[in-house]
Design a binder for this molecule. Sequence first.
Ligand SMILES: [Ca+2]
Ligand SMILES: [Ca+2]
Ligand SMILES: [Ca+2]
Length: 220
Amino acid sequence: MIGRAVATATLCLGLSAGAASAATVYAQAVTGYDTNGSATSCAIGDAGFSTSTSRANLCNALGEPDHPGGGVEGKFLSAGNYAALKFTFGGPITGPIEIYEITFGRNKSWQETLGLAFVLMGSDGAAFGSILPTAQVVNSDGTEGATDDTFKLSFGTAASIGVIKELWVFDLTPKNTAAGKGGGFDIDAIGAVSVVPLPAAAGLLLAGLGGLAMVRRRKG
Ligand SMILES: [Ca+2]
Ligand SMILES: [Ca+2]
Ligand SMILES: [Ca+2]
């Protein structure tokens, strides 16, 4: 009985370490800025969280990708509705950053472009600067979703980017072409890699420690 408890605790500790090293997180909050600098925000858990399907609804770019596949579009935010968008992930992140873009029928001729910039995190947790411009991603360069409307774009690695505090994105789609109609680059969700253990991993860790404590009590 005691031997089994020890084995269980060891297994839990091992799982928690593995989960913490490669945990995918999705954008938890976003602020959209107009050209005059006025800001609007949405965060998961907000009392005012909107479920509107509007392409200007900031909330539509948060959380896991909700594109259901099969040619049916999920909720997305068209970046061209804002001059700039600032995303945060509930904690520091690193690459690879995965951007899920929606284009009806994955029509590659409707090319849309997003600019990326990163505000990096210093060792004290404060922002210490940005890299501008960092990169551009184009919807039609994405993979995945041969039978639905999703382009999945992956950018950067932990080594090439570093620890990110904020991800800023800017729609760079030419507005005077057919490609620019529809609000530019359409964001379903943005994923990244957490650099701190997720609550789920912490829970496993606590379960493991609890198991050890139980064994110690029984031995005592
Ligand atoms: Ca699109
Ligand atoms: Ca569009
Ligand atoms: Ca979405």
